[in-house]
Design a protein around this ligand. Sequence first.
Ligand code: GLN
Length: 242
Amino acid sequence: MELKICHLFPDVLNLYGDRGNVVCMQKRLGWRGIDVSVTGISIGQKLKASDYDLFFIGGGQDFEQEVLLEDLKGEKTREIKAAVNDGKTFLAICGGYQMLGSYYKTWDGQQCDFIGALDLYTVGHKDRMIGNYMFTCDELGGQTVVGFENHSGKTYLGSGLRPIGKVLSGYGNNGEDGMEGARFNNVFCTYSHGCLLPKNPVLADHILKTALAHKYGTAELAPLDDTIETNAHRYMENRLRK
Ligand code: GLN
């Protein structure tokens, strides 16, 4: 078995160590003897989405998102939309999450028309939503996910999308409706930056299984010793429950 990971804009969208999620997926596959390759595709590089099984898009500030607008026009947008509709697996974080939606209006009034692969939009506010936070993951039986958020954008989901889960502590999508993230086909979007997957190993494996099942029909992952990862998860969970 093999998973081919495409890391979109690795040099532009990489806030708070978002790339660590790619390293985590690589390691968790490698430890199980599953082959994995990671290809970075950035500005000016051709994207042939059918070459890959799993796409990762990290976060970026408003400036970086504006820089990408020109490159996203046309072919890259078509390829990303086709991959979403074909059921390819995506993990998109914060700015990358916003970019899969239809538009982002920054807090100072810049209109960024994005990919439009998902029925969602984002409006920036002057007050940022910052801090460690926690939410449930519906499809993991309501298990908790711990993360870190830092965004000015408030994201609103259209009727065809469901959230990843409910916010238990912090802001999530917009600080208003109690929802966090977005799910559509095999796309996972979240505001949670940095070491999301290392400290949420159950979610990491769920995403990997999604990609493997789409490619091979079934996916079983051998258990790993996640003592350290689970301790990190529990520590943050306890801190955020107080
Ligand atoms: N620029 C976006 C915002 O502030 C995304 C920020 C991020 O990716 N951390 O909402």
